[in-house]
Write a protein that binds this ligand. Structure first.
Ligand code: NAD
Ligand code: 89V
Length: 340
């Protein structure tokens, strides 16, 4: 079966979505939409489909099996509700929303219509992260009791994503959201968390350095992110992971170097990221994960399985993410679940 779909928001990151969809022979791009007519036209010229500047017109005119939403957070709710109104299953970029009420409304709109809904939370679909998850499931390090998930760079993220400059809430919703998802994927849901954050770059509005300490049942995990960290070479946009367990430890370091210590045995490996032709360093692991994320969505549409990062499941992730700000603002520990 070939699924007909549309992509809304043809900006910076959507180019990866478009390339990944173009690789698949079981989907057909029938329309693209962007309020910037030249961007919509450029995407249609390169990847096919009719170009729209108004999502309402697109939904009214096209018959779709799903829609891919790659706009920035302020329009996610409007787009997902529009999709639900037309009975079209949406996959929507992260962060799902900046407010819990918006995320809840999106999930409820899709559930009322009875359509699947996935969030494009792709970091857990990166090849190194799939490998780590498999190792944990195999019991390679026993019971994890400590974790650290880290994204630190001095890469100028603002040139490709200028909208981050004015975002009142910045690195926690932009990148720590991915790290929380990884922490929860590896170690389960936290019960509480405490946050410290700073703005180092005075040119921007929000926080660009953040450290969050999460407390799980019988483990702790640090999530830390920075857009102002100088190092000996640029590792953007790589995520580093440390997991310590009762039987060993896993470390994912710079340049996809993985070390697994399991019951006294030490394995060192540099992971090979698949090349898709359109992917390139330094974005290759993330670009590959876009492909894998989108395949997961199609798999779920085929089988009726709930996506790993369904809208409903993402409410918990958002509770943790927005809870990090609640802790920051109050100076207190945030009890997870207070919002979701
Ligand atoms: P962007 O501004 O480059 O692209 C967004 C596009 O949406 C723009 O072209 C804009 O004109 C268009 N748009 C805005 N409102 C619209 C509307 N009402 N109708 C149609 N089009 C509209 O932003 P970006 O940096 O590509 O970020 C997009 C999303 O992707 C964000 O949510 C961001 O957090 C996410 N993102 C995810 C990853 C990842 O690894 N998962 C990486 C980068 C960005
Ligand atoms: O996910 C994002 O929006 C990006 C990055 C890949 C750096 O995390 O900002």
């Amino acid at each position: 079966m070939t699924r007909r779909f549309a992509l809304i928001g043809t900006g910076f990151f959507a180019q990866n979505h478009l390339h990944a969809w173009a690789e698949m022979d079981d989907v057909e791009l029938v329309a693209v939409c962007d309020i910037d007519a030249s961007r919509a036209a450029a995407a249609a010229a390169q990847f096919g489909g009719r170009a729209y500047t108004d999502a309402r017109e697109l939904f009214a005119a096209e018959s779709l099996d799903f829609v891919d939403i790659a706009t920035t957070p302020p329009t996610h709710r409007m787009m997902v509700e529009l999709a639900a109104e037309h009975g079209v299953p949406p996959i929507c970029q992260k962060p799902l929303a900046w407010e819990m009420a918006d995320a809840r409304a999106m999930v409820e709109a899709c559930e009322r219509t009875g359509i699947p809904f996935m969030v494009h939370e792709n970091f857990r679909f990166q090849l190194p992260m799939r490998r780590i998850k498999a190792l944990l499931e195999d019991g390679a390090i026993g019971r994890p009791f400590f974790g650290r998930v880290s994204f630190r760079t001095a890469h100028d993220v603002y040139s490709a994503q200028p909208w981050l400059v004015d975002s009142e809430r910045m690195i926690i919703v932009d990148v720590a959201v991915h790290l929380f998802d990884l922490a929860m994927c590896f170690m389960g849901e936290p019960q509480s968390l405490v946050t410290e954050a700073l703005r180092v770059n005075s040119r921007i509005v929000g926080e660009d350095v953040a450290t969050v300490l999460m407390r799980m049942d019988d483990a702790t995990c640090i999530v830390d992110a920075s857009y102002e960290t100088r190092s000996d070479h640029n590792t953007y946009p790589q995520t580093f992971v440390t997991l310590e367990g009762t039987e060993g430890a896993i470390t994912l370091g710079p340049d996809y170097r993985l070390q697994v210590i399991s019951r006294g045995r030490v394995l060192n490996e540099t992971l090979e990221i698949p090349d898709h032709g359109w992917t390139s360093v330094p974005w290759n692991a993330i670009q590959d994960s876009v492909y894998t994320t989108q395949r997961h969505w199609l798999h779920c549409l085929d089988t009726g399985e709930e996506p790993e990062t369904s809208g409903r499941r993402t409410l918990r992730l958002l509770d943790v993410t927005l809870g990090a700000y609640a802790s920051l603002e109050s100076g207190d520990r945030y009890v997870v679940g207070s919002m979701s």
